[in-house]
Ligand binder design. Structure first.
Ligand code: FES
Length: 156
């Protein structure tokens, strides 16, 4: 199996069997993301304690790429500090939008960033970039809100 096939299998697996799906108990933050191209919506729930995300989940309806991206995001970000989340968000966003194919990230986050690589191929399909970044934008909006918010946010 080559790398491309492996990445496709990972996306299929997470798309069909999403991890951390459903609302967590007593979230401290949440936000809804909306992909205006297709109408799909996803809600990201967070439990933030101090400067760390101690729990994160998502729910909603999206395509396989959106669901896989949300699932991988929740796996990678659980337990991370807000600074680490910011680094991973920026690196992931830069990569899938084609801004920077090889972002520099600290050694301590390399394994986490590598886990997101199956999504990197969307950069050659502009309409799919919004699918891959939908939950990440919702996550960012939830954190920026400083607490519980209910308004949908559109991906950019
Ligand atoms: Fe709607 Fe991908 S087609 S999120």
């Amino acid at each position: 199996m080559d790398l491309r096939e492996l990445y496709q299998d990972i996306i299929l697996d997470h798309g069909q069997n999403p991890r951390n799906f459903g609302m967590i108990d007593h979230p401290s933050h949440f936000a809804r993301g909306h992909n205006p191209l297709c109408g799909d919506k996803v809600t990201v729930f967070l439990k933030v304690e101090g400067d760390r995300i101690v729990d994160v989940s998502f729910e909603g309806k999206g395509c396989a790429i959106s669901t896989a991206s949300s699932s991988l995001m929740t796996e990678v970000l659980k337990g991370k500090t807000l600074d680490e989340v910011h680094i991973l968000f920026t690196a992931f966003h830069d990569q899938v939008t084609g801004v920077n194919d090889h972002p520099v990230i600290p050694d301590s986050l390399e394994d986490d960033f590598d886990r997101l690589l199956p999504l990197a191929g969307v950069r050659t399909y502009p309409t799919r970039v919004k699918c891959a970044t939908l939950s990440w934008h919702a996550l960012e909006a939830a954190l920026k809100s400083g607490g519980l918010v209910a308004e949908p946010v559109k991906t950019e």
